[in-house]
Design a protein around this ligand. Structure first.
Ligand code: URP
Ligand code: ZN
Ligand code: ZN
Length: 482
């Protein structure tokens, strides 16, 4: 037998093509793509199904303490299992540095959380909250380990100053690493929120107006400018405003090394969801906050146009109890409720149903948004994110005819913000390196099956950047870039 496994009879979809072919897998890799494969030990019949690269979930918080110090409900076992049931074969959660913690210790901590538990291959983005000279000096070791993306916050207690942001961008840029940013203007948020609370406006619904879209737009503009000055690539996470997306589009049109994503919650939910009886609105508190239907339409346009390269879940699972949302008590203002909502299992079914089935995006755009673009941006192509000879056999097989009403998921959560929505199209089988992870509703592997993915630097081909004369590397007037 030439192949360990063949996927037969399916329609293959990549980020660029859709075609009929069988896939042959050996030693965890794709070795054959052909009209008919007949020599396999094991066969999956994919007749009537769509066979595509497994999703790569590149923005999720798993076994991570939030800026408020609240641990997520999901660990790497429940988080990766839920991701797999939602059509993903790889996850890239965050490893968050604590104040005073070395980067080596941060990564070791997360290795201990991930390696024994993840059913999927995983990597990390490193969150820098304390970019001391010692921490910055450790960054080359972090790159060497294959962690080639960093995240900073412009708000929360974990925020960095603009000077610190420039230092991080500068070192990251020198090593070809990508800096991700949560962009909201902290002082604008503080000013708004304290005024609202002082006026007695403390219910969950006030979370949305306390974080105006203008705060996001200002911060995105600043983040792009800082990255440009430091001559470093930047990725804006969870864009939630048309104005923010337009700033990204303008920078990209000028050749800027700028990428961005949005999330399902900004495409499918609105601030009205925060206005539920009692404290129910707490389930929908996330940052940036939910917006409105006009914003949804504008963000869809930017997804279609390619301004937004990814649609990521920003899975930040805090239960609707005193371990999560109400860790500070129930009788609190919106400011003390944990920020974040789950979505790792719903991301792809929602995008498939509302995107592909409703004709907003092609199946190829779906593959790009859910997998290939993440692999390209985060240094995993061609090993992950595509169906190609030599690639890991990380594959999702979708049944486009299955209709489901969203309910409980496989995560450790006690609510699903998308519950009750009807979705058509569901991932029925997910393979990780050729092994069935999920098959027809059953989990097929044990915790610890996943492996760490060492990532390459971001590929900047075709993005010349927008050098600033005063900090041109060839004529930088003595300014140093590290
Ligand atoms: O509210 C959110 N999104 N919580 C998770 C942390 C973050 O800001 O991404
Ligand atoms: Zn964020
Ligand atoms: Zn996040």
């Amino acid at each position: 037998m030439t192949h360990d496994l063949a996927i037969r009879g399916g329609t293959l979809a990549t980020a660029t093509e859709t075609f009929r072919a069988d896939i042959g897998i050996r030693d965890g890799r794709i070795v054959t793509i052909a009209e008919a494969i007949t020599d396999a030990q094991d066969v999956i019949d994919a007749t009537g199904k769509i066979v595509m690269p497994g999703g790569i979930e590149a923005h999720c918080h798993i076994a991570q303490e939030s800026g408020m110090g609240v641990m997520t409900a999901d660990d790497y076992e429940s988080g990766s299992i839920s991701a797999a049931f939602g059509g993903n074969s790889c996850i890239v959660p965050f490893a968050a540095q604590k104040k005073g913690q070395s980067l080596a210790d941060t990564l070791a901590t997360y290795d201990g959380r991930a390696a024994p538990k993840s059913v999927l291959d995983w990597s990390y983005h490193l969150i820098l909250t304390d970019p001391t000279a010692a921490a910055l000096a450790e960054l080359p070791d972090v790159f060497a380990r294959g962690v080639t993306s960093f995240k900073v916050f412009m708000t929360y207690a974990t925020r960095v100053s603009d000077t610190q942001f420039l230092d991080i961008l500068s070192v990251a840029g020198q090593h070809g690493a990508l800096t991700m940013v949560h962009a909201e203007n902290h002082d604008m948020l503080e000013w708004m929120a304290s005024r609202m609370v002082a006026g007695g406006n403390i219910a969950p619904r006030y979370h949305a107006p306390s974080r105006p879209g203008l705060a996001e737009e200002e911060a995105i503009n600043r983040a792009i400018a800082l990255a440009r000055l430091a001559q470093a690539p930047i990725f804006i996470v969870h864009v939630s405003t048309p104005g923010g997306a337009e700033l990204v589009a303008r920078a990209r049109a000028a050749g800027g090394q700028v990428w961005a994503e949005t999330c399902p919650q900004y495409l499918f939910l609105t601030r009205d969801d925060l206005d539920k009886p009692g404290m129910e609105g707490a389930k929908f508190i996330c940052s940036p906050p939910l917006r409105d239907t006009a914003t949804q339409a504008a963000l869809w346009q930017h997804v279609q146009a390619g301004t937004l390269s990814l649609v990521s879940s920003d899975h930040a699972p805090y239960r609707y109890d005193d371990t999560g949302k109400f860790q500070a008590g129930r009788d609190v203002t919106f400011r003390q409720i944990a920020n974040g909502m789950p979505g790792i299992e719903m991301r792809l079914p929602l995008m498939f149903s509302e995107g592909v089935m409703k004709g907003r995006i092609s199946i190829n755009q779906f593959v790009a948004l859910s997998s290939t673009n993440a692999a390209r941006i985060y240094g995993m192509l061609p090993r992950k994110g595509t169906l190609a000879i030599g690639a890991d056999a990380d594959i999702a097989i979708w049944d486009p005819t299955q209709t489901r009403i969203a309910g409980a998921m496989h995560d450790a959560m006690d609510y699903n913000p998308f519950a009750g929505m009807t979705v058509t199209g569901w991932p029925v089988t997910v393979l990780g390196r050729g092994q069935r992870i999920v098959d027809n509703g059953a989990l097929c592997v044990k915790p610890g099956t996943g492996r760490f993915v060492k990532r390459a630097p971001i590929d900047l081909t075709g993005r010349a950047g927008q050098p600033v004369a005063e900090l041109d590397r060839a004529n930088n007037f003595g300014a140093t870039l590290s």
